[in-house]
Design a protein around this ligand. Structure first.
Ligand SMILES: CC(C)(COP(=O)(O)OP(=O)(O)OC[C@H]1O[C@@H](n2cnc3c(N)ncnc32)[C@H](O)[C@@H]1OP(=O)(O)O)[C@@H](O)C(=O)NCCC(=O)NCCS
Length: 186
């Protein structure tokens, strides 16, 4: 297994998108091509490669200063609520571990589109991908925090990597129930 990465300004190879489609788009009945989303060429894209297959994939982007992390995913016909703690008027919120999430957590990055092909699951590949995304986000952008919108089924995976839920569960139309998670990199 080799962990591979493309940096902002580069596009990952087709096999990266093949896996994103299989894991995250085909199950929604979305057409081929929908796996390519805005900002892919301006993100960190990481995959765990096994025998020439992108067995697990993920991406991370720097959240622009004018953005609160809310995402409208055209292909999935879905939208996500914002990350409240990144709003300019944020005054503090307690996460599920009892930690008070502070203000001033930018530079902040967002993880999206994590997925492992079914036959490669449970082998630690997504964990490798996420750890690489985190390390590169710190190196490249000097991030103070990370943010993501997790499907409820994936919460234990992210929790094992040190991410914590905050705020209520919400439904992302066409995808299912989610919660917001964050991780402190200060
Ligand atoms: C969530 C997902 C990416 C995990 O991929 P994976 O490669 O199987 O994960 P890993 O093998 O790296 O798991 C790392 C650890 O998390 C645990 N874990 C992973 N998924 C889990 C789950 N659904 N429930 C409980 N624990 C889980 C593993 O047991 C492992 O624990 P360990 O360190 O004690 O051995 C994969 O199940 C997937 O692609 N699901 C469908 C798409 C999806 O939901 N993506 C996330 C969108 S937010």
């Amino acid at each position: 297994m080799t962990v591979r990465i493309t940096l902002p300004g580069e596009m990952p190879p087709d096999r990266f998108f093949d896996t994103r489609y299989e894991v995250l788009r085909r199950p929604l009945g979305a057409p081929r091509g929908s796996e390519r989303i805005a900002g892919d060429d301006n993100a960190l894209n990481v995959w765990a490669e096994v025998d020439g297959v992108a067995a697990a994939v993920g991406r991370a982007h720097l959240i622009p200063i004018c953005n609160d992390g809310s995402v409208i995913d055209v292909a999935a016909k879905s939208a996500c609520p914002p990350f409240g703690p990144l709003a300019p008027d944020f005054v503090g919120e307690t996460d599920d571990s009892g930690t008070i999430i502070p203000a001033n957590l930018r530079p902040a990055f967002q993880v999206r589109q994590m997925g492992t092909l079914e036959r490669y699951r449970g082998q630690g590949l997504a964990a490798e991908v996420l750890q690489k995304l985190e390390a590169e986000a710190m190196r490249l952008w000097n991030v103070r925090s990370g943010w993501l919108q997790a499907r409820l089924v994936a919460l234990p995976f992210y929790a094992k990597q040190g991410w914590t839920c905050f705020g209520p569960a919400y439904d992302v139309p066409n995808v299912g129930p989610h919660r917001n998670m964050w991780k402190d990199f200060r």
